[in-house]
Design a protein around this ligand. Sequence first.
Ligand code: PXP
Length: 236
Amino acid sequence: MRLAVNIDHIATLRNARNDFEPDPVAAALLAEKSGAAGIVCHLREDRRHIKDTDLQRLRKAVTTKLDLEMAMTPEMQRIALQTKPELITLVPEKREELTTEGGFNITGHYNTLVEFLKPFKAAGIESSIFIEPDKDSIDLAAKADADIVELHTGTYALKTNDDDRTLELQRIREAAIHAKSLGLKVVAGHGLNYLNIAPFKEITEIEEVSIGHAIIARAVLTGLDEAVRELLRIIQ
Ligand code: PXP
């Protein structure tokens, strides 16, 4: 299974000071050096984490695969077609949400989606749709000629009871099998972390996981020791 690393929260940290560091592009290069198969970023309408200039710099720097998460809006379509990431991932976007909440509602936007995806296909940019792990959404994603479905694992991640978690995992497994049988590539993401990722190794239909928060949160703490020592070496 491959790992795509979402570097949005490096930008969130940088933006807290309106400063230049930490630089999301430097983070992307480090993640690639450590074995990430791709770099994911979400250019939100409110630009709360990565900005347009970050996206341009990421495009130049990333050599594995750049996955641009975005809402299905004309502005994002224009930016994505200019930027030419290897891949776009369509996500629902609400201004007031803390992070993406749930999968894209394909049923409600099917006709718009079909038209929206066409220029990407023509430009050789793969399209992925972030959806709930249910059969109807998968069927519509295949019918809309998407290349990939990213199954939303947020519900799984929030389950606190073992039985509920197992049931949700089974739902994801069945969705992955169904999507693959329709010729879609299958990835998964949202809320995955060091403690809940292991069962996904058994779902061989899932080629890749997309993880952000857990990795960036871990990096801050595992890096703090050296960061403090380095500063002490300077002042002592
Ligand atoms: N996949 C999608 C479509 C997302 O929107 C996000 C969050 O930006 C992720 C994966 C990563 O989620 P997390 O930060 O919880 O690992």
